[in-house]
Ligand binder design. Structure first.
Ligand code: SF4
Ligand code: SF4
Length: 390
């Protein structure tokens, strides 16, 4: 039986059905009321374990709404990535509730646009910028990133007048491994044929998992696993059994840019893998436990994230190979946000790799947060599905 979101038991059973960011906001507000400080984040390179070991709650900041772009364009160039413009627009219009809760902001030097935008928001909140090495395979990269993580620890200790112990750091490392293991088991239900987990559920679980501690999250994830198993046993699946399976890769998506996922679904595809920082990417790897140097273990773990700001970004191809083997897509859709040069240029390498190694077609979609291109994207996705020899 094909599942309809309104007829199956939800994976997270609370009052926030379909309102993932409200659920996360409510969670962070609850922590704030308990007296915990909050750190606003813009990127998955922020070392969560260190932040949590300092007793600070991480909060991803808003960056996915079209409505905050016009106010941002009063200052920023129009031909800049919508994610950066939207982030900045949220700050200048004071409309990001997570930023309002944040005591500090942690930012990384990933792409140029983001790095320069951070300069413009200095002064709103204490901002700690981490210099991210972009040649991750060089010997110095791990050493330099370890030093940056140590500096962040010093900043958090000084700002919040507390000490981060090595024992707490080790506990948080273990907690992340438990969380990533649970998330990977959940994603396994999307790998099933036909899939049992929808892209929307994978996306919502990922959003919550980035915000919540493992202690708070574990019962939620275990309940979700039980629900998915029940679906599987009773033959409930997502999408038509012979629907084209799609792996989506590229820039992080959320809010208004989720239109790309919706169009794929409306065209009859099932999204089985979300290869993005707002999807499965942050949960893919594990951190070395008991290494004796938890900061270096964290540095090595975070440098495995294959953001296109890295060069050469061989890890992205390696991770794609593993995803393709596990999720067995019929096609790959690469979603690139306008003016994101790094993901845009890298798309050519991805296309050739998929063609040569996997004989898989790639559809590149360049888009922004507006609705102006919805019908054009729909036509291209439908043409992709028509072209598949299934
Ligand atoms: S795509 Fe790169 S810059 Fe953006 S959130 Fe992911 S790691 Fe950070
Ligand atoms: S989508 Fe690209 S340009 Fe935009 S913030 Fe992320 S890496 Fe930078």
């Amino acid at each position: 039986m094909e599942f309809n979101q309104s007829h199956v038991a939800p994976l997270i059973d609370d009052e926030f059905q379909g309102q993932a960011s409200k659920r996360v906001l409510s969670y962070i507000q609850g922590k704030r009321r308990q007296g915990m400080p909050v750190a606003g984040l813009y990127c998955v390179y922020a070392p969560m374990e260190l932040i949590r070991a300092a007793g600070v709650v991480p909060a991803g900041l808003c960056s996915f709404a079209n409505k905050t772009i016009p106010p941002a364009e009063a200052v920023l160039p129009a031909n800049l990535c919508p994610l950066i413009k939207s982030s900045y627009g949220f700050i200048v219009t004071d409309s990001c509730p997570f930023f309002a809760l944040a005591d500090v902001v942690i930012a990384e030097t990933t792409c140029d646009g983001k790095k320069k935008m951070f300069e413009l928001i200095t002064g709103y909140k204490p901002l700690f910028v981490m210099d991210l090495p972009q040649l991750p395979d060089q010997e110095e990269a791990c050493r330099n990133w370890t030093a940056m993580i140590r500096n962040l620890g010093g900043f958090l200790e000084k700002t919040f007048e507390r000490r981060i112990s090595e024992a707490r750091l080790e506990e948080e490392i273990q907690a992340t491994n438990v969380k990533n293991n649970l998330m990977n088991r959940l994603f396994g239900y999307a790998a099933a044929t036909p899939p049992v987990l929808s892209w929307n559920e994978a996306y919502e679980l990922g959003l919550l998992a980035q915000a919540a501690s493992t202690e708070d999250l574990q019962p939620v994830l275990e309940h979700a696993l039980e629900t998915l198993e029940q679906r599987k046993v009773s033959g409930v699946h997502y999408g038509k059994p012979r629907a084209p399976r799609v792996l989506v890769t590229g820039c992080p998506l959320g809010g208004d840019s989720l239109k790309a996922y919706r169009i794929i679904e409306e065209a009859g595809g099932v999204i089985v893998a979300l290869d993005a920082c707002t999807g499965m990417k942050p949960f893919k790897h594990f951190i070395e436990e008991g290494s004796g140097d938890p900061l270096a273990a964290l540095a090595a773990y975070y440098l495995k994230i294959p953001c296109s700001c890295m060069t050469p970004n061989q890890k992205r191809l390696d991770d794609l190979d593993a995803l393709i083997e596990r999720f067995r897509p019929d096609a790959v859709v690469d979603v690139v946000l306008h003016a994101c040069h790094a993901y845009n240029v890298e798309s050519y390498k991805i296309m050739n790799h998929l063609k040569e190694r996997h004989r898989l077609p790639l559809l590149k979609i360049e888009t922004d947060y507006s609705n102006g291109d919805v019908e054009q994207i729909r036509t291209r996705v439908e043409a992709l599905f028509d072209s598949l020899d299934r």
